[in-house]
Design a protein around this ligand. Structure first.
Ligand code: URA
Length: 253
């Protein structure tokens, strides 16, 4: 097998830029608009014209969306001790107008490094489960109870949740999803403010501040016990049917 040659630095820099950009603005790229230069006259014998001053580039301002503004406001948060140990603040990713919003527990190692939720092994499984119901990551919104990684992926501490969860409440308020999906016990218990177990909560439609909420297994739990995969996929098919019902339902019915 031939070894892949080491990437040149300029390519690494471009990749890092796009990673940073998509973290911040999603997959939409805003291009700078240029004023069109007048056509150069084609006459070959025309007297040389003095050099024209360059037409200034017009930069079209794209105001930040409310969520992007919110990210800017909170990205340097130091309200709990995790602010000191994180690599990146993991705000959330996806469609700001999504019908479905998924909530996990907290960033793991890969998420902490990349600044995006669910990009490690559990995230790859989540992506596959979304594909199973014909959705892409860009169709939904994905966030976590905590924005920063707890050391060694331990469970979030109550004081960390207390400081951080208001950010998530605000994101949900802005996105206004039709359906919320809690991935695992920690997400479900903290959003519903309950101590009920996952098995008590799974398989029903609960309610979070007027929004229907479905609770399913955390993809990391499925990776630890692949016997759960079938049931988890059944949950996803249920989510797809439920969302279709809610979205298709005429108002006032
Ligand atoms: N587990 C989570 O709960 N969230 C992530 O973002 C990654 C793994």
């Amino acid at each position: 097998m031939t070894e892949r040659p080491e990437q040149p630095d300029w390519l690494k820099e471009i990749e890092a830029f796009f990673e940073w950009y998509t973290d911040l603005f999603g997959n939409q790229f805003y291009l700078q608009e240029e004023v069109e230069e007048p056509a150069v006259p084609s006459a070959t014998h025309a007297a040389p014209t003095p050099a024209k001053p360059k037409t200034p580039r017009v930069r079209k301002e794209h105001p930040l969306t409310p969520l992007q503004k919110f990210f800017q406001e909170i990205k340097d948060c130091q309200k709990c001790a995790l602010g000191k140990t994180r690599t990146k603040f993991v705000f959330g990713v996806g469609n700001e107008h999504a019908d479905i919003m998924f909530v996990g527990e907290a960033p793991g190692r890969d998420e902490d490094l990349q600044g995006e939720p669910f990009v490690g092994r559990a995230g790859q499984l989540l992506t596959r489960m979304l594909e199973h119901i014909h959705l892409k990551r860009e169709d939904v919104y994905i966030a976590n109870i905590l924005k920063c990684r707890p050391p060694n992926n331990r469970d979030p501490l109550p004081e960390e949740v207390r400081e951080c969860i208001p950010y998530l409440h605000r994101q949900i308020e802005m996105i206004q999803p039709k359906v919320l999906v809690a991935l695992g016990r920690v997400a479900a218990q903290n959003l519903l403010n309950t101590k009920q177990s996952l098995s008590q909560l799974r398989g029903k439609v609960m309610e979070y501040r007027g929004i229907p909420m479905i609770i399913t297994y955390h993809p990391a739990a499925v990776l630890r016990n692949m016997n759960l995969l079938d049931v988890a996929l059944e949950d996803f098919r249920f989510i797809a049917r439920f969302v279709k019902e809610v979205v298709d339902k005429p108002k006032n019915s």
